[in-house]
Design a binder for this molecule. Structure first.
Ligand code: CA
Length: 220
């Protein structure tokens, strides 16, 4: 599986990047280092990162959630797009991958914008809700363990303001969600999540076939 969007051949994808990608040097460096990681497939693609940065600017976002940090690309691309007083609450329980993340946040000079919580994301999100932060976030990116997508989504929606946006990654799960024979627990979880979102009248949605599928849910 390459990094291109599902169904987009490499030649077209390379062209797309060549005429649209404006990736900061520090992001390129992080992406190259992460490519050596055995789980590098977990990193978002650079065109998806640039799209998320654009969403941050469109929303005028200041407070964001990054649920599933890995080596930090999504937190970094969002932090770079945020204003000086912007904040990313970054949630991950993996101390090793996030060491890489923290090194790059520092190198990019955005570590002050990133409030990193080394804990299961559900605990962090419940803590934010208990602290009275419901309705105060502008944007949330969900890209952690797939079987908890439903739980992350519900908490993210609570924490968002009306007019805020949740972006959910890997909703096409390399195409496996479309194969009824595929009953892997993660595939089933994403399939059920997609069906639930389709019926959810609390949000306006759009499922984009960018990278491995990205659903945008706009809180009404
Ligand atoms: Ca992902």
């Amino acid at each position: 599986m390459g990094k291109a969007s599902l169904g987009l051949d490499n030649q077209v994808y390379e062209y797309l990047l060549s005429v649209s990608l404006r990736e900061a040097e520090v992001l390129t460096k992080l992406r190259q280092e992460t490519n050596q990681h055995p789980a590098s497939i977990m990193q978002i693609s650079p065109d998806q990162g640039q799209f998320m940065a654009l969403l941050i600017k469109l929303l005028g976002a200041k407070k964001t959630l990054d649920i599933g940090v890995f080596t930090g690309y999504s937190s970094l691309v969002v932090a770079l797009a945020l204003p000086e007083d912007g904040r990313v609450v970054a949630c991950d329980r993996d101390p090793e991958a996030t060491k890489v993340a923290r090194r790059y946040w520092q190198e990019a000079g955005v570590e002050a914008k990133i409030d990193f919580r080394l804990a299961p994301a559900l605990e962090t999100l419940d803590h934010l809700i208990a602290q009275g932060e419901s309705g105060s976030f502008d944007f949330a990116f969900i890209d952690a363990d797939k079987r908890n997508y439903h739980n992350y989504y519900e908490r993210a929606l609570t924490l968002l303001r009306p007019g805020g946006l949740v972006a959910i990654d890997n909703v096409l799960w390399f195409g496996s969600v479309a194969d009824p024979q595929d009953t892997d627990a993660r595939t089933v979880a994403i399939r059920e999540f997609n069906q639930k979102l389709h019926q959810d009248t609390r949000v306006e949605i759009s499922l984009l076939a960018i990278a491995d599928g990205l659903t945008l849910a706009f809180k009404l």
